[in-house]
Write a protein that binds this ligand. Structure first.
Ligand SMILES: NCCCNCCCCCC(=O)CS
Ligand SMILES: [Zn+2]
Length: 668
């Protein structure tokens, strides 16, 4: 299934008609540069084009009051003076004779996107709209927003399609207070927002945007606010919050639909956000959400005011929705102290509501920057001034890397009697084997030297890793007699001959020859149940789950709390995913893991299965082809001893692996 793209240039036909420094950044060119970039890069042609429509009154009334709608209805007939007068009652927003029409199209576009996804016409999609929506409230326009597009879409999805649980991810740099107010007592809608806050000194200066505002009554726990109390946040800060807050909670919540308030003022160069995260980070944020809700993801444009980073970020998002491999996370820095404080505060504020956070650390005590510095009367605020605006030093950043999709998406090394699934290519090493390599392989890996099938298989795997390294093949899968031997020979070859970093993920117990980690070029993470005296060390990390990999919630905890942060920090060029015999991992969890590991190494994932498990070839290949994994059930609490063991392991390892940190260093 494809990706929908919804855009209509009618929404460019309104603009600011008077002088207002607060609103001048919200210009029609935001949509035109974004759409033109999608056209220029060929991404638009790869999408399913879906027309916009006007939202009806009834649909708008899903999130707004009648008096507000009636008031806005009058604006098309207002004089300039009346429009300015009408605008004065609201904050940081402007009206125009055509904005009511455009606001109905923006809301209608979001509904068209929900229809396209919920009816299965497409798998996911994005709509480019203005005016944005997440600041508008039941009876008030605010922050360039007139109707709350995403709030209306969430209510619409529940009403029309009986959706039980909706996850709203708001990665815009502003707090979508309109969305928060709409659902704060509603446990069926989980709202997550990060936002520039600077201890309430940044717009919209709301006490309700802080981390301790968790929702009300039945909705307690279903509102997650991550305040950024400093500017300059980077990719590592964003990805840490996804791994240590959003994703564990999102998987526990188990939504039927994911809506994204896709604002790109959180990207580098934006005058509002003043952050330093690069446009390619949105490829990762999107990818990390794509295995939720069976892949049903609707991205709705919110903010984004630097026309260069906006266009690049939009392209990164759409290209990921289309299933292209995500770029490698370029040299991530560890989260900054302020981000760690926010992380710790949010996890602490929500530990009562989410079993995945039950063992999170308490609020930081001594750290200065978590104390809310009351906004004393007249104290200066931190956003841009008016006319005396200092020209923000022009930020520069590298163009996001070209994301080439290899000609072969998935190559499979299979015995002749095993069918090759649709969309994949059978791969076997045909040319006669390089005699030198053959003898080396024979002596070092093969018991009975004349075991020609094993030799063919191993040499096919070696050849496969070479083609992956050349980006001729994206991912691979092999049925082998002995996964440990195959893994060892692959690691040996890739680290010595190709001298690249390999991340090996072993699912299940079984002895992994520790010598393969001596070269520091290989990171092994093994998830199993066996308690070994062998301690984890920096490059060989064992996660022990009491009930082993059959314990889905413990396994998911380890994936987000440990495996993904490690993978982001290690940034391998190849991921080898090994399913050890009798791992006990469920099929859907196996597919989730196969999908998530494609965050790394440009999607170069090589999966090794024991040949007895040939029944897994089809569903593993499906995940390698980028099909969303089936949704896991709602997760029950992980075992206390498992979580405590994981916390201990994380504490021990975080000295070496900075992205494992979830708390700020204690200041004395
Ligand atoms: N009152 C002095 C300046 C205030 N600046 C307000 C900017 C509103 C931004 C809203 C937005 O970006 C939606 S995503
Ligand atoms: Zn914004």
């Amino acid at each position: 299934m494809g990706t929908a793209l919804i855009y209509d240039d009618e929404m460019t036909k309104y603009k600011l008609l008077w002088v207002d420094p607060a609103c001048k950044i919200e210009v029609p060119e935001r949509l035109t540069v974004s759409h033109e970039a999608l056209v220029r890069t060929g991404l638009a042609d790869r999408c399913v084009s879906v027309p916009v429509r006007e939202a009806t009154d009834a649909e708008i009334l899903l999130a707004h009051s009648e008096e507000y709608l009636e008031a806005v209805k009058k604006t098309p007939y207002m004089s300039l003076e009346d429009l300015m007068e009408f605008t004065r009652q609201y904050g940081d927003v402007y009206f125009h004779p055509n904005i009511y029409h455009c606001a109905k199209l923006a809301a209608g576009a979001a509904l068209q996107l929900v229809d396209s996804v919920m009816t299965g016409k497409v798998r996911n999609g994005m709509t480019l709209v203005r005016p944005p929506g997440h600041h508008s409230m039941r009876s008030a326009a605010n922050g360039f927003c007139v109707f709350n597009n995403v709030a209306i879409a969430a209510r619409y999805a529940k009403q029309k399609y009986g959706v039980q649980r909706v996850l709203i991810v708001d990665w815009d740099i502003h707090h979508g207070q309109g969305v928060q107010y709409c659902f704060e007592d509603d446990p069926s809608v989980l709202y997550f927002s990060w936002h520039r806050y600077e201890h309430q000194k940044f717009w919209p200066h709301l006490r309700n945007s802080d981390y301790d505002i968790v929702g009300k009554e039945k909705g307690a726990g279903f509102n997650i606010n991550v305040p950024w109390n400093k500017v300059g946040m980077e990719n590592g800060d964003y990805l840490s919050v996804f791994c240590h807050v959003l994703l564990p909670v999102a998987y526990e919540f188990c939504p039927d639909l994911v809506l994204v308030c896709a604002g790109f003022d959180s990207a580098i160069g934006d005058p509002e956000g003043e952050m330093c995260a690069t446009p390619d980070v949105f490829a990762h944020l999107t990818h990390l959400l794509m295995n939720l809700a069976g892949g049903k993801l609707c991205a709705v444009l919110e903010g984004g005011y630097n026309l260069t980073s906006l266009a690049q970020s939009v392209c990164q998002t759409v290209q990921t929705l289309l299933g292209d491999p995500v770029p490698r996370p370029a040299s991530l820095n560890s989260p900054c102290i302020s981000a760690l404080e926010s992380l710790q505060c949010v996890r602490s504020a929500h530990k009562a509501y989410w079993s995945c956070l039950k063992h999170a650390a308490d609020l930081p005590t001594s750290t200065i920057s978590t104390k809310r510095i009351k906004l004393r009367e007249g104290e200066e605020t931190t956003e841009k001034g008016g006319e005396e605006e200092k020209d923000a030093e022009e930020k520069v950043w590298p163009e996001p890397p070209k994301r080439v999709t290899p000609p072969v998406c998935a190559a499979l090394v299979l015995p002749d009697d095993v069918a090759c699934p649709e969309g994949c290519e059978r791969f076997s090493f045909s040319e006669d084997l390089d005699p030198l390599l053959a003898s080396k392989l024979r002596e070092s890996f093969l018991r009975d030297a004349d075991d020609s099938t094993a030799l063919i298989t191993i040499s096919s795997l070696i050849a496969l890793t070479e083609k992956m390294e050349k980006n001729e093949i994206c991912s691979g899968l092999a049925l082998v007699r002995d996964v440990t031997k195959a893994m060892t020979s692959i690691v040996q070859h890739v680290t010595t001959v190709l001298s690249n970093r390999v991340l090996v993920v072993c699912v299940g117990d079984g002895n992994v020859p520790s010598h393969i980690t001596e070269d520091r070029e290989t990171l092994v993470v093994q998830m199993g149940s066996a308690q070994t005296d062998e301690q984890s060390c920096k490059y060989y990390i064992r996660v022990c789950l009491k009930k082993g990999c059959s314990d889905t919630s413990g396994f998911v905890q380890a994936v987000f709390g440990l495996l993904l942060p490690l993978g982001y920090e290690y940034d391998p060029s190849l991921v080898v995913l090994v399913r050890m015999p009798d791992s006990g991992v469920s099929d859907s969890l196996w597919q989730q893991l196969t999908g998530l590991l494609q965050s790394f190494a440009l999607g170069h994932t090589l999966v090794l299965l024991q040949e007895e498990e040939k029944a897994l070839v089809g569903l593993t290949a499906s995940s390698l082809l980028g099909n969303p994994a089936p949704s896991l059930k709602q997760l029950q609490a992980p075992l206390t001893e498992d979580v405590e063991a994981l916390e201990r392991l994380r504490h021990r390892l975080q000295a070496d692996w900075k992205l494992l940190q979830t708390t700020a260093p204690q200041t004395q």
